[in-house]
Unconditional design. Sequence first.
Length: 143
Amino acid sequence: MPYYEEEPYQDVETLKKELTYVVENDKIYFERKSGAIVLGDNPKIQLSAIITNTDDLAGHFLLKATVSSQGDKVEVEKSVYINSHETTEIVMEKEVNPFSFQTNVNIDDWSVKAPVVTYEKPITKYRTITKYRTCNTCDEGCK
């Protein structure tokens, strides 16, 4: 006589997740580094932010910024791998014209793009299986 039971089994589920993070003081910092024009070393714009990966997974975080000064505009970006629960300072530099970015410097826009990572998670699933038992003539359902 057949009967049915739910049987557990282990499987692996593939999931995607955007990592969580915090930017220290919710700010990006700016500095102009002097160069030696005589030596052909142009000045640089340096931008930095301190990012903490608050997630249990690690990945590449992308920091982007747009800086302007008196009609000139510079865009910079940098990707850095940050382990889970680790704090990292991302520093980006870009050479600029020696006569630009000296006054009225504005950070027009900046952002952090968190990675979307794929990971596997073990889960318990259930399947219905058919089992058989010997028919007992005293059981009403048995024929």
